[in-house]
Design a protein around this ligand. Structure first.
Ligand code: AHM
Ligand code: MG
Length: 302
């Protein structure tokens, strides 16, 4: 059977031509980021982002690629990124595109997988939006292979880069029940008996541990294996944890719901949370429906 290229898949998929154009430009961004890993310095850029976090050369380069491509795309009127200050209006319409251009950048110099996370909306401000308003989410995964997880709200599909083009490699991915866990932020156990009890449940029930320290490869694995749970709670001074609602949690939650799974902050669905600030953080429990329900149940005990 002939292979299906991303462009062909999108054009045959009853998706608005502007959205197709944005997704194709994002695929070019992912390809260029993947290429740059082979040549660019993995070290520090000597600068900080707006949140005071130290930037790597590759953080800056990934953001520049995202920003350049989105500024030039006639269908994009608003951009935001973890490496930029606030949201930025650009010439174009009607799409608004937000990104964590290089998630897990601390894993680059040890050669673990990293990724790019993107959410696409139709709005003139991200403030007040909900993850459920996303029209699509697109995630680039840079591992031994370069892949894309894509949803335009018609299921979740994987595309693989080969000879400069992305081809469909897995269609209609589904997440069901299964014993695999990726428990983040175990530091919380010092303060939280509920999270400790949840972890003990998974350990005693002999779940398989699959945790890399990168949200993208960890959640990509759950979607590809079709089972499991990723957690990142907050505690004490950081009740909302580390991960950002707009740039990280909402796009991953759209993928997970489209794959038949769920994503919660422990009480509310991630996709129903209204964004009050660009840098808003959220705890996240994301994976199969039954595991997310289990998280909510354990976390409601205290
Ligand atoms: P980053 O956006 O600065 O790269 O941080 C996000 C990453 C996630 O990929 C991962 O789940 C999390 O940080 C792990 O953080 P920690 O090791 O601090 O618990
Ligand atoms: Mg990140």
């Amino acid at each position: 059977m002939a292979e299906i290229a991303l462009k062909q898949y999108l054009e045959n998929g009853d998706i608005d031509e502007g959205l197709v154009s944005v997704i194709l430009d994002l695929s070019s961004v992912f390809e260029k980021i993947a290429q740059s890993f082979k040549t660019v310095d993995t070290g520090k850029a000597g600068s900080q982002n707006v949140y005071g976090e130290e930037q790597k050369v590759l953080d800056v380069l990934s953001n520049d690629l995202f920003e350049d491509y989105m500024r030039k795309n006639q269908y994009v009127g608003l951009i935001a990124s973890e490496e930029l200050d606030g949201e930025i209006k650009v010439d174009g319409s009607p799409y608004a595109v937000c990104s964590d251009p290089l998630d897990g950048s601390s894993l680059i110099d040890v050669n673990l997988s990293v990724g790019t996370i993107v959410g696409i909306y139709k709005t003139d401000t991200f403030i007040g939006s909900k993850g459920r308003d996303q029209l699509a989410s697109v995630v680039g995964v840079y591992g031994p292979r370069t892949t894309i997880l894509l949803t335009a709200k018609k299921g979740v599909h994987e595309f693989t880069l080969r000879d400069g083009q992305f081809f469909l490699s897995k269609e209609n991915l589904k997440v069901v029940e299964g014993k695999m866990f990726a428990p983040g932020n175990l530091r919380a156990c010092k303060y939280r008996q509920d999270y400790t009890d949840l972890l003990n449940f998974w350990v005693k029930e002999q779940y398989t541990l699959r945790y890399s320290g990168g949200m993208v490869p960890d959640i990509n694995q759950i979607i590809l294996k079709g089972k499991g749970i990723f957690s990142y709670p907050g505690y004490e001074d950081y009740p909302d944890g580390k991960l950002r609602l707009l740039f990280e949690c909402a796009p991953m939650a759209l993928l997970m719901e489209q794959a038949g799974g769920a994503a919660s902050d422990g009480i509310n669905k991630i996709l129903d949370k209204e964004l009050s600030s660009i840098e808003q953080r959220s705890p996240i429990f994301i994976g199969s429906k039954a595991e997310v329900a289990r998280c909510e149940e354990y976390l409601s005990r205290t």
